[in-house]
Write a protein that binds this ligand. Structure first.
Ligand code: ADP
Ligand code: MG
Length: 698
């Protein structure tokens, strides 16, 4: 394919008005230069905005086609487009694709030689490039941003822009440099894009990148072919229920998400007895994982039970069902995971099993990972002014290892402690407390949002779409979920009411017709307690009434000790006001929670056992040459970057690396503690070490 002639003829980066494309020309470029027949939804509007020189923030789901929204305007503006991207593999992939389309695309990152990078800079300055991909940390290299400024690009694109916000799930401090260095490249327009940004993260992106006037395009989060079903289910019966659901072949292929590797294996084995199924997680050998993944993609395996690591690179169009066997930690994560069904547009189902036990477990881990401020304060007060060995300090603090590590890590992140490469510690800045408390509160709020979501009696899809702030959405109910279409659910099971439940139900209706409305707590006190209902049993009666459309439940909240407390308020519906006996007979209540569970362990014990289990799982690789080699490398790396060793990788991550021995970037991303940023920074080195050590060379 030949390079469109106008590209090389442009010398100044700021195109004159005549060079800017009008809509028909954009269409032509789309077809002739990019080979696409038509724009996908919203692409054209974004392209027109950016071509006209406006800044833009783009939040659209994965696969929506965000890349085109900088590629086409960049070409249309007739200069070079600078693309900031967090991941080497991503840069390589996109640059290669662009080259295949006939564009001149280059990249500068840590994986390339100095000679190559210098040559790319020269070509950039000579105006010989259409696209230049760089990693954000390049902007910290002295002279590099100034070099870019000598020939201003026609467009700057910031991919995965959520990385700039520490509210996002993959915060990268290097992205913060962008805000400082972008002004050098102005007035060039900037387009920032991401698939995952709540309103808070969107605002962060706009503030930190200084895009005050950016047009926001928040679109495409509504999926019209996913029926979401949320079912309160005791932990002990979840595996059986999943097995039962998946015996129906129309519900396959299926991805089942399990909370731990052990649980993934357990359920995988159960399913495998009845259908072609396997488990998939980072604790398995890379070879086995490849086999499982290939088996699933080819259709040989019809169900896969995975930890959330699975599916990042998976694009299998015909997945019919996603089942979560435990409550996810964030709505963003949940949305990404259910997004893997029905890519072919056919009707699909997302089933989430949860119960109060999940909530308690999340709260327990939240308390462990984010200790209360006074725990950090106690450690902070004991921090010496001169560096002291970490272990010695721990003993002086009198804390358990886990507790101490969590507190110290958080202090370090927020500047309250300094660590050197030899793992010694000294006091930092006392101003850590405010940012820490803000972060802790944010984490708690994310959990609260998840809890609120499963408890809500509103359309599930609408709830998700609203969470992402999709502006084009009309807010209509989906008509498919367990709230919109309770008659069409497949996982929930119901039974007739018991006599006691009938009494309670009658009492609730009477109370509400007297008072108009009441909170769930008041109703429990007035209509449930005397009949011997626990609060949770009673909530199920309220749910049954709401499902039968006799009462409406709304969520309300108040703040107590800085934390949002949610509660439900009930009022009669029109149908509930003049309900007759026959209608009352039709009310059914969820029966899944009736099933006697296995002997219940007290909740704390269980959580501790799980934590220990996770630890031993991770411990597989401790004694071995790979682990030793990785530790040695980590120490050098930490020294080189003057950063504490655990910030390079935690011991646990090294253990998992040694156990799983990943062979490629994708596998690396399955390891706990390795996200795109770490993979891009250290991935190549780690893979090299593993390769070397396992093959016995060097
Ligand atoms: P995102 O970054 O939003 O996840 P990409 O930009 O990687 O998505 O695009 C996803 C896929 O869609 C790519 O294979 C891309 O080539 C394709 N694509 C983008 N725009 C169009 C279009 N207008 N018509 C057909 N395919 C498109
Ligand atoms: Mg993308």
């Amino acid at each position: 394919m030949t390079t469109p002639s106008f590209k090389s003829s442009v010398v100044d980066s700021e195109p004159s008005a005549s060079e800017k494309c009008d809509p028909p020309e954009l269409q032509k470029l789309l077809v002739e230069s990019f080979g696409f027949a038509a724009f996908r939804p919203y692409q054209q509007a974004v392209c027109e905005t950016v071509v006209a020189g406006h800044d833009a923030l783009l939040v659209m789901p994965t696969g929506a086609g965000k890349s085109l929204c900088y590629q086409l305007p960049g070409i249309a503006r007739g200069g070079m487009t600078l693309v900031v991207s967090p991941l080497i593999a991503l840069m390589e992939d996109q640059a290669e694709k662009l080259r295949q389309q006939g564009f001149r695309a280059e990249r500068i990152h840590s994986g390339r030689s100095r000679t190559d990078s210098n040559e790319v800079c020269r070509r950039y300055l000579r105006g010989e490039l259409d696209f230049l991909f760089i990693a954000p940390e390049r902007l910290a290299v002295p002279g590099f941003p100034e070099m870019l400024a000598r020939r201003k690009p026609a467009l700057v694109a910031v991919d995965e822009a959520h990385c700039i916000s520490h509210w996002g799930h993959d915060f990268r401090p290097e992205y913060r440099l962008l805000g400082e260095r972008l002004p050098l490249l102005r007035p060039t327009p900037v387009v920032a894009m991401t698939a995952t940004a709540t309103r808070l993260v969107q605002d962060d992106i706009v503030t930190l990148l200084r895009l005050a006037d950016a047009r926001r395009f928040i679109h495409g989060f509504r999926r019209t072919n996913i029926a979401i079903e949320i079912v309160e289910t005791p932990p002990a019966v979840r595996n059986e229920l999943v097995a039962e659901l998946l015996t129906d072949s129309t519900r396959r292929p299926a991805i089942v998400y399990a909370p731990t590797r052990a649980k993934a294996d357990e359920l995988g084995q159960l399913l495998a007895a009845a259908l072609p199924a396997a488990s998939y997680h980072a604790g398995m050998s890379p070879k086995l994982r490849d086999e499982v993944q290939a088996g699933f993609l080819s259709g040989k395996l019809q169900a896969i039970v995975a930890t959330i690591a699975f599916g990042m690179g998976i694009d299998k169009p015909d997945v019919r069902t996603v089942i979560h066997t435990a409550l996810p930690a964030t709505l963003e994560g949940y949305y990404q995971e259910i997004g893997r069904v029905g890519r072919d547009g056919e009707m699909s189902r997302a089933i989430l099993l949860h119960s109060y036990a999940d909530r308690r477990l999340h709260e327990f881990f939240m308390g462990k990972d984010y200790p209360e401020s006074h725990v950090l304060s106690d450690v902070f007060k004991k921090l010496p002014t001169d560096f002291e060995a970490r272990e010695q300090l721990r003993k002086r603090c009198g804390l358990q290892e886990d507790e101490f590590d969590a507190a110290l890590e958080k202090l370090w992140i927020h500047g309250g402690a300094q660590l050197d490469a030899d793992d010694r510690v000294r006091a930092g800045d006392a101003a850590w407390i405010e940012p820490y408390e803000t972060q802790r509160k944010h984490k708690a709020e994310q959990l609260d949002l998840m809890f609120g979501f499963v408890q809500s009696h509103h359309c599930r899809m609408r709830g998700l779409v609203a969470h992402f702030g999709d502006e084009s959405d009309d807010g209509r109910p989906c008509g498919l979920c367990d709230v919109c279409a309770p008659g069409q659910t497949v996982a929930g099971q119901t039974r007739e009411l018991s006599t006691r439940e009938r009494h309670a139900l009658r009492a609730v209706l009477d109370t509400l017709s007297e008072r108009g409305n009441a909170t769930a707590g008041q109703l429990h006190a007035d209509c449930g307690e005397s009949l011997g209902f626990s609060r949770r049993e009673f909530e199920r009666v309220l749910d049954a009434l709401a499902c039968a459309d006799l009462i409406a439940l709304s969520e309300e909240s108040f703040t107590k000790d800085g934390r949002l407390i949610r509660f439900r308020r009930a009022k009669l519906t029109a149908k509930g006001r003049d309900v007759d006996a026959a209608q009352l007979d039709e009310v059914r209540v969820s029966s899944l929670m009736d099933k006697p569970g296995k002997r219940r362990e007290p909740r704390q014990e269980k959580a501790v056992r799980r934590a220990r289990q996770a630890k031993t799982e991770a411990g597989i690789g401790v004694n071995g040459p790979v682990y030793d080699a990785l530790r040695e490398w980590r120490l050098l790396e930490a020294k080189r970057h003057r950063t504490p060793a655990f910030h390079v990788f935690s011991d646990r991550t090294l253990m998992e690396l040694a156990a799983a021995q990943p062979s490629g970037m994708d596998d690396l991303l399955l390891i706990r503690g390795i996200g795109p940023s770490k993979a891009s920074k250290y991935g190549e080195a780690v893979l090299r070490i593993i390769r070397k050590t396992t093959s016995g060379v060097g």
